[in-house]
Design a protein around this ligand. Structure first.
Ligand code: NAD
Ligand code: AKB
Length: 315
């Protein structure tokens, strides 16, 4: 029987991924962990334990005593917060990943999942249809940590046969939790403002294109990758992953079709230069070819789904 540990389970991605893992494996097979006991109320369908992944003795005992077989390591400091606290971001993002990889090697875990990001790309990367393999000179601490993390994942696979798998997510958009300090957060916040009947102040320019993905597609991609036969997973750094690419003006126009009085203003801040360093769109043909990736949602389909379901969702 698999025993799956999710680290950073209470965040934007973890809240939805942990539920899908519990639906798939059964709640008794999933242990959700996050920093604070207060996150427990989110996880009435599986086990929950408060865990600071930097407290490595406690984490190691938990993994050993619970006979954990797989880890989904989601805890990280994201791009915008990372620029405010660079050394803290580097420390958390790198130490936690190295700890997880070492534990996976030592305890011979079946699988590890660790997300990377479009933040691995930088200003010298080709911006449109960014290839899987190209120049990567990230200029955010978050991006540097993801790039280094990818190299470590590949290293542990090649040297120690650790079955670690990873996706370079675009900006993830979901309505079931609030985002945690990234540059793509505006594309979540905008729906909340539209439904509240308030004007939206956008921290990016209206023409700032970024790769984005609706959360159900991100969950599908993650589970598809994790369930693909090992020999199909040919990239052990991290796979480019794509579904849609849009600008603030385009998401605004998509919402206007449902809320014609919705207003937006653009006040770019420090996050604009982060967005400018990232691709407009990425080429995910390796993911399509290796394990059959195809997204289900485009911008208008996502907008309709969020505007229909968010009003009935309680946090
Ligand atoms: P988030 O900030 O919403 O969630 C991270 C969670 O980790 C939070 O619940 C936080 O409490 C927890 N955490 C922080 N420090 C911790 C620690 N020391 N020990 C245990 N838990 C800790 O982030 P997210 O959006 O859910 O992102 C999850 C992962 O996916 C991250 O690795 C992120 O880099 C990656 N990713 C996310 C996006 C996106 O758009 N959300 C895009 C690309 C990659
Ligand atoms: C961020 O904006 O930092 C994240 C990401 C794209 O990795 N959403």
């Amino acid at each position: 029987m698999e025993k799956i540990l999710v680290i950073g389970a209470a965040g934007q991605l973890g809240s939805e991924l942990t539920k899908s893992l519990s639906d798939m494996y059964g709640g008794e097979s999933v242990i959700a962990t996050d920093l604070n006991e207060s996150a427990k109320s989110k996880f009435d369908y599986c086990q929950f334990k408060a865990l600071d992944i930097m407290d490595q003795d406690t984490a190691r005992n938990l993994i050993k005593n619970e006979n954990v077989t797989q880890i989904y390591h989601l805890a990280a400091v994201l791009s915008a917060v990372g620029e405010k606290k660079p050394l803290f971001a580097w420390d958390l993002n790198m130490q936690s990943l190295l700890f997880v990889l070492e534990i996976a090697r030592e305890f011979k875990l079946n699988k590890v999942y660790w997300p990377s990001s479009i933040a691995v790309f930088g200003p010298n990367t080709p911006k449109v249809n960014t290839p899987q393999y190209c120049v990567k000179e990230p200029n955010t601490v978050y991006g540097i940590s993801k790039q280094a993390g990818e190299r470590w994942c590949e290293y542990y696979f090649q040297k120690y046969n650790v079955d670690v798998r990873s996706l370079r997510y675009p900006g993830l958009i979901g309505y079931k939790s609030l985002p945690g300090g990234g540059t793509t957060d505006y594309a979540v916040d905008i729906y909340h403002k539209a439904l509240a009947g308030e004007k939206f102040d956008c921290f990016l320019r209206e023409d700032s294109f970024l790769p984005m993905m609706y959360m159900p597609d991100a969950i599908k991609a993650t589970l598809d990758l994790m369930h693909a036969p090992s020999e199909s997973v040919k990239i052990r750094s991290s796979y480019n992953l794509a579904s849609m690419s849009f600008s603030p003006k385009e998401i605004y126009q998509s919402i206007l079709k449902h809320h014609p009085d919705f207003k937006i203003e653009y006040h770019p801040d420090f996050r604009q230069s982060i967005a400018d360093s990232w691709p407009d769109s990425v080429d995910d043909s390796c993911a399509q070819k290796d394990w059959g990736w195809q997204p289900d949602f485009d911008l208008d389909k996502m907008t309709e789904d969020i505007l229909t379901n968010l009003p009935n969702f309680s946090f």
